[in-house]
Design a binder for this molecule. Structure first.
Ligand code: CUA
Length: 342
């Protein structure tokens, strides 16, 4: 990697794509700069005033040079656009077997919640070489989740879910920053992404690997990264259990019954007042006005809080709003539950 060493470590697939593109841009810029500067210097010297009586020569334009440069610049611009577009499309596309982690931003810390029940403050534990999807939301103001070593950044917004995708490909510890000014301690809203080997990640999930110890012994660049004082486990990873559902989904199942969702929605595919939740997640639903909507985090949240906005075709507008009755955390648990109903 040409310029990789001058900037942050390169530790994800996105970062590698980004650096190839960045190197291309840098090389093209340097070449164009050298050519332009060389002609400038050469002409300054060649056409300098030699005597007091020199007259400025009248120079005609050259169609060949003008159209030639326009063509070359147009081609370079098109390459830059297509390359950037393809990288971006790859980055936002859902991958096979993604590992999902919930991120909540607030003034001024991050919390990371895992399907198996662990909840961490300012520490994002990741398995190497595994496609990751971060499902993110904010509890207060705009934040932005930024991992320079992965070359990924995404706004974290109150009221909606945003998603950030990448595949970390180097074991190590990397900085997380908030990249959107969010108040007094914005600059202190930091964390660390800890990429473990897949075996270590499994051991961590099973409660056999303690992250602070791991960081102390293996994460040699934590100190170089400035470290982080207020990091640590809020809820340690629970020991492996025989539960059919992950702790998050189990909480969601409980809410599904206590909030009486089950009155109108089945989980076995049978029709009640509303659509069944079986196989619902990720499907394309047709709304009353014929538009298609994908059942994702944002549509699910909207259906709970503003159910009349987009009703599935063929069903009565019978859904009550749950505004003020469900916390954002509870909505995330319900989502985790519905995701299990394949
Ligand atoms: Cu959060 Cu800046």
């Amino acid at each position: 990697m040409l310029f990789a060493g001058f900037v942050a470590p390169v530790a994800s697939d996105t970062a590698e794509n980004f650096m190839s593109f960045f190197n291309f841009l840098t090389v093209v810029s340097v070449i164009l700069f050298v050519i332009t500067a060389a002609f400038g210097i050469y002409f300054t010297f060649k056409y300098r005033r030699r005597t007091e009586n020199d007259e400025v020569p009248y120079i005609h334009g050259s169609n060949w040079i003008e159209w030639g440069s326009i063509f070359v610049i147009a081609v370079i611009s098109a390459v830059i656009f297509v390359w950037g577009y393809l990288d971006y499309r790859y980055q936002i596309a859902p991958k096979m077997d993604e590992y999902e982690i919930n991120i909540v931003g607030r003034q001024w810390s991050w919390s990371m919640e895992y399907e198996h029940g662990a909840r961490l403050a300012n520490q994002l534990v990741l398995p190497v070489d595994t496609p990751i999807a971060l499902i993110m939301k904010s509890e207060d103001v705009l934040h932005s989740f930024f991992i320079p070593a992965f070359r990924t950044k995404q706004d974290v917004v109150p009221g909606i879910f945003t998603t950030l995708r990448f595949t970390p490909n180097k074991v190590g510890t990397y900085n997380i920053f908030c990249a959107e000014y969010c108040g007094t301690d914005h600059s202190g809203m930091m964390g660390e992404a800890i990429v473990l080997s897949q075996e270590d990640f499994q051991r961590w999930q099973d409660g056999l690997l303690n992250i602070p110890e791991f960081v102390k012994t293996v994460g040699a660049n934590v100190a170089a990264n400035g470290g982080n004082l207020n990091s640590g486990a809020l809820d340690p990873a629970p020991a492996k259990s025989d539960l059919a559902l992950t702790p998050m989904a189990a909480k969601g199942e409980k809410l599904f019954n206590t909030k009486t969702c089950s009155t109108c929605h089945s989980i076995d595919g049978s029709r009640k007042v509303g659509p069944s939740f079986k196989g619902l997640w990720g499907s394309l639903e047709e709304t009353q006005d014929g538009a298609k909507v994908k059942v994702d985090e944002n549509y699910f949240r909207e259906s709970l809080l503003e159910p009349m906005k987009r009703i599935t075709k063929g069903y009565p507008p019978a859904m009550p709003t749950f505004k003020g009755q469900l916390t954002d955390d509870e909505i995330r648990y319900l989502i985790a539950f519905v995701k299990t109903l394949k």
